[in-house]
Structures are given as structure tokens and as C-alpha cells.
Design a protein around this ligand. Structure first.
Ligand SMILES: [Ca+2]
Length: 279
């Protein structure tokens, strides 16, 4: 277990510093399986400071940057050390960049609200599962440490095209739009999250290339009934969302944070200036 610096005031969490990123392109045509079944079980067990708990490949860089991945076959997560009040509303802001990578461009990262029973130990599959999901082909049973997060909502920033990996295409096989996209993924109570866009509450491909190394500002606002995502001060996606319908909420709270993963291609996403404010 590893902690990252953050300041806390009431229900406000702030991580200051710089972001780390990685590359990815929306035009990649490699198959889903090429970048979907390479999970990571590496566990970092150091303690830096008391607010964000880091798992898997996630690490803190100088300047209070949270870097989720930086090599092939990884999955990493960073979670608030304590649950945050979310039932009445939530505003999360952060900045990120994805550094250009000579080995291409996968898979992205996600902002996640979750109440998996693993708490701050929650982490799921690599590759197209982006550290939060489980999209397992029939007959494959991932180990417990790579099983999809239950009771969560993920706002994914997906930089790699995963085509449907079953024929005929069935739920749980992922089936990305060809271009980079932001998507809100959720299921029902006590179901594991999936990166399959069939479970998307809404998505957009009308976004800039996220993989150039440029820094982007994100604001995610939940008001009971609606989730809105703004990128670089422009609203890009609004979806209907009622959190109690999607996840259990003990005392109206949940863990918030980030997951990311790589598979057969690598990527280096970096997060900074993370702040969460409850309504
Ligand atoms: Ca993908």
C-alpha cells in the first residue's frame, strides 16, 4: 500500500502537483485481445503521505504527480484513503496528461467512484479493462486480485480501440468506438464493472487527441440524476445517473480515485491537482 500527498478539508480532497501521461492513438487497429488480457498484479507497498492509497503500478512522482502506468502489462489505482460523501452530489477536478510513448498508445485511465468490498485495495484487469473492469472471455476466470470492481461508476478516458472479442459480439466483450472516447460505465448493484460500451450510460468521441502529452483539465460534476464531464473548460458529456441505482452507498459515501492499465502496448497517464468536493 502506498499513499500520496493530498490535503483534506472537510469533504475536500486535493492532490497538488503535476500529471504524468502516456501516448495513444485513436486509429490503432490492433485487435482487442492484443491489449486486453495482459493484467498486472504488482503491488507497491510503501507509504508516502496519508491521503491517496496507491495500488499496483501506480506511483507518486515528484511534484505530487500520480502516475498510473508506465510499462507494458500493468494495472494501477489511486484511491481516497477514506470514503467521501457522494450521495448528495460531488465535484471532482483534476489535470492529466498522457505522455507520447514510442511503443504506441494504450489503454487509458478512468475516474472511478466505488464501494467494492476491497476498498482501497480494489483493482481489476489490465489492457482494455483499464484497471476497473472485468470482461472475461468464456472459460477464463481471472484471479481475485484482477476481478472487476463491484458497485462502481467509471468515467473512462479510453485511448485504445478494443474491437469486440467474441463472435457474435456479446455483452462483456468490449466493443469500443474506433476513436478515443470518454464514456460513463456502470452496471447495477453488486455487479462487476465492465468496459463494454454496451454498459455505457453515454459516451463521446468529440474530444481532442488525449495522447499528445498535452495537459488537460477535467471537471466531473454529479448531481443526483445527472453526471456532467467538462474537458478543458468545455462540457463534453452529460448522462443520466442516480448513484443509489448503480452502487451501494454506506452512509452515502464511496471511495473515489483513478485506475489505469496497459497491455501489449504501453502508456503513461499522470494525474495532478486532484480535488473532490461533496455537496
Ligand atoms: Ca479501449
Amino acid at each position: 500500500m502506498k499513499m500520496v500527498c493530498l490535503r483534506q478539508a472537510a469533504q475536500v480532497f486535493v492532490v497538488t502537483g503535476l500529471v504524468v501521461g502516456v501516448c495513444a492513438t485513436s486509429s490503432t487497429t490492433a485487435s482487442a485481445m492484443e491489449n486486453s488480457r495482459v493484467g498486472s498484479s504488482r503491488h507497491i507497498a510503501s507509504t508516502l503521505s496519508p491521503q491517496l492509497v496507491l495500488r499496483g503500478s501506480a506511483q507518486e512522482l515528484p511534484g505530487n504527480i500520480v502516475q498510473l502506468t508506465d510499462d507494458l502489462g500493468q494495472a494501477g489505482a489511486a484511491w481516497s484513503a477514506q470514503p467521501v460523501s457522494v450521495l448528495g452530489g460531488l465535484s471532482a477536478t483534476f489535470r492529466f496528461r498522457i505522455l507520447p510513448d514510442p511503443d504506441c498508445c494504450a489503454d487509458g485511465f478512468a475516474f472511478v467512484i466505488q464501494n467494492d468490498k476491497r476498498g482501497t485495495k480494489a483493482l481489476a484487469g489490465g489492457g482494455g479493462e483499464e484497471g476497473f473492469a472485468q470482461d472475461t472471455p468464456v472459460g477464463i476466470h481471472p484471479p481475485p486480485a484482477q476481478r472487476g470492481i463491484k458497485n462502481g461508476v467509471a468515467v473512462e478516458f479510453d485511448t485504445f480501440y478494443n474491437a469486440c472479442w467474441s463472435s457474435p459480439c456479446r455483452p462483456g466483450s468490449v466493443s469500443d468506438p474506433f476513436d478515443e472516447h470518454i464514456s460513463v460505465l456502470a452496471r447495477t448493484l453488486n455487479r462487476r464493472l465492465s468496459a463494454d460500451e454496451k454498459f455505457s450510460l453515454g459516451l463521446t468521441t468529440s474530444i481532442p487527441d488525449l495522447t499528445t502529452g498535452a495537459e488537460h483539465a477535467v471537471e466531473i460534476i454529479y448531481r443526483p440524476g445527472t453526471l456532467t464531464i467538462a474537458l478543458d473548460q468545455s462540457s463534453v458529456l452529460t448522462v443520466p445517473l442516480n448513484l443509489p441505482k448503480k452502487m451501494i452507498l454506506p452512509n452515502g459515501t464511496a471511495y473515489v480515485g483513478f485506475t489505469g492499465s496497459t497491455g501489449g502496448y504501453a502508456q503513461t497517464p499522470q494525474i495532478r491537482d486532484f480535488s473532490v468536493t461533496s455537496s
